[in-house]
Ligand binder design. Structure first.
Ligand SMILES: Cc1cc2nc3c(=O)[nH]c(=O)nc-3n(C[C@H](O)[C@H](O)[C@H](O)COP(=O)(O)O)c2cc1C
Length: 251
């Protein structure tokens, strides 16, 4: 039996081409209400969303994210904010100091909850027929986003999500392949050699996909991962986290 949730999740893909039509206010509210049902660590609810559909701001965000034109083309940009300002309010109300943001654990909690929120937003928007793409490049110029969205201490814009009505072409585009399932999921124990072989084989898969789909500008696995992970690509993240009151003082 076909299951609509599985069908949707199995067909999810990033959408970077939009018709220019609007995400209705009613749908946006449904997406936000649905997103809020996401689980959060200790029910801390240390995530807030800040969004804009202001065209000039979308252009600014596109530029800040390294010239990602699809951001300017989208109807809505939603910023996913790690929000220890909220939890501080309640901790400080009982006369205690909120310090979790000064630890690797706090940063992990915030990043994990932000990722879950992204998934929930993408799923809710997708269920209503909208296209989305995650935008991690907001961390390229964190300080500018802090100003743009008026983010107080103990908050940090972890990532963004753009939304809009997908073009027919984008809707019908093929799904990007993944590494072989058996090199992604392992029973009982991690197998490093299998994972390595899977990564190397995936390079060929992605090359073939690029050829078949005529997506000449799409980087291969080797090209994209080496261009990012053989470098520390956003070099201001630590500095911006510190300026917002985050730190690594776990010991
Ligand atoms: C945390 C995160 C950050 C991302 N940042 C960007 C981004 O800044 N710009 C972009 O175009 N895509 C971004 N993506 C989308 C990925 O490139 C995309 O998910 C990946 O290529 C797989 O393609 P698919 O989503 O179509 O399956 C991001 C995805 C995630 C999960």
């Amino acid at each position: 039996m076909k299951n609509p949730t599985l069908t949707q999740l199995q067909n999810r893909k990033s959408i970077r081409h939009f018709t220019g039509d609007a995400v209705s206010e009613e749908d946006l509210e449904t997406i936000f209400k649905t997103a809020q049902r996401a689980p959060t660590s200790i029910n801390g609810q240390q995530i807030s969303l800040v969004y804009t559909r202001d065209k000039a701001k979308l252009q600014t965000i596109a530029k800040l994210c390294g010239g990602q034109e699809h951001i300017a083309e989208a109807d809505v940009f939603v910023g996913i904010v790690i929000d220890f300002n909220r939890t501080s309010a309640i901790v400080e109300s009982v006369g205690r100091n909120h310090i979790i943001e000064q630890s690797a654990e706090g940063i992990m909690v915030g990043a994990i909850d932000a990722g879950i929120m992204l998934s929930q937003l993408q799923t809710a928007a997708g269920a209503l027929g909208y296209g989305t793409t995650a935008i991690g490049a907001v961390r390229k110029e964190s300080e500018s986003f802090i100003k743009l969205f008026n983010l107080p201490a103990k908050t940090f814009l972890a990532l963004g999500c753009i939304m809009g009505v997908p073009t027919e072409k984008a809707k019908n585009a093929p799904l990007k392949p993944r590494v072989a399932l058996e090199t992604f999921v392992m029973q009982e124990r991690y197998e490093s050699e299998k994972v390595r072989q899977g990564a190397l084989a995936y390079e060929e898969t992605l090359k073939a996909f690029r050829e078949q789909t005529g997506s000449g500008s799409m980087p291969t696995y080797e090209e994209i991962t080496a261009s990012y992970y053989a470098d520390i690509y956003y070099r201001k993240t630590a500095q911006s986290l510190v300026s917002q009151g985050f730190a690594f003082k776990d010991e």
